[in-house]
Design a protein. Sequence first.
Length: 176
Amino acid sequence: MTRYPISVDDLSVCPHHLWNKQSLILTSGDFAAGDYNAMAVGWGSFGTMWDRPIAMVVVRPQRYTYQFIEKYDTFTLCTFPPEYRRAIDLIGTKSGRDGNKIAEAGLTPVEASTVAAPIFAEAELVVECRKIFRTVYEPSQFVDPSIDRNYLKKDYHRVYFGEILVVAGIESYARR
Ligand SMILES: Cc1cc2nc3c(=O)[nH]c(=O)nc-3n(C[C@H](O)[C@H](O)[C@H](O)COP(=O)(O)O)c2cc1C
């Protein structure tokens, strides 16, 4: 896939559709060390915090990826063309604990430009992030108590903000 550098100011996405319908692949770890894992994410956002461009992701503690995003300083987010829907769903239903789901999905991890976590050769959009903040959803803070229905196992998401360091993508992701 040919991707071009995109200034964060020019990144153009339909946020709710991107996260909730299209989904992304979150990858954390160290590509050079061969120690990384990936999962699908559908809840999160791109925005601004502390004057910095950020990506927010939420990870339940039982995900294998949780161990990587806790241990390592960087993560990446990637989107894929529509024909990779099955691959995203596979990465989002199988666990990296149980085998090489990345190879099974037909995805090719490659070195990112600035961070240790890998990106994917097949990605249409790549966002490289440095972890700058983490917290845990605290149920006592759910102003709308119905939110708690998402946590029948009390597996409250861990929330991570990554400072966006680099964005690259196909032309349609750049503001014209
Ligand atoms: C479309 C889609 C979106 C998902 N979004 C999230 C999410 O935002 N946070 C989360 O913790 N799990 C999410 N999941 C579930 C994980 O991707 C899934 O449990 C995955 O198998 C975890 O893999 P791992 O154990 O290798 O980390 C999503 C799954 C799918 C299919």
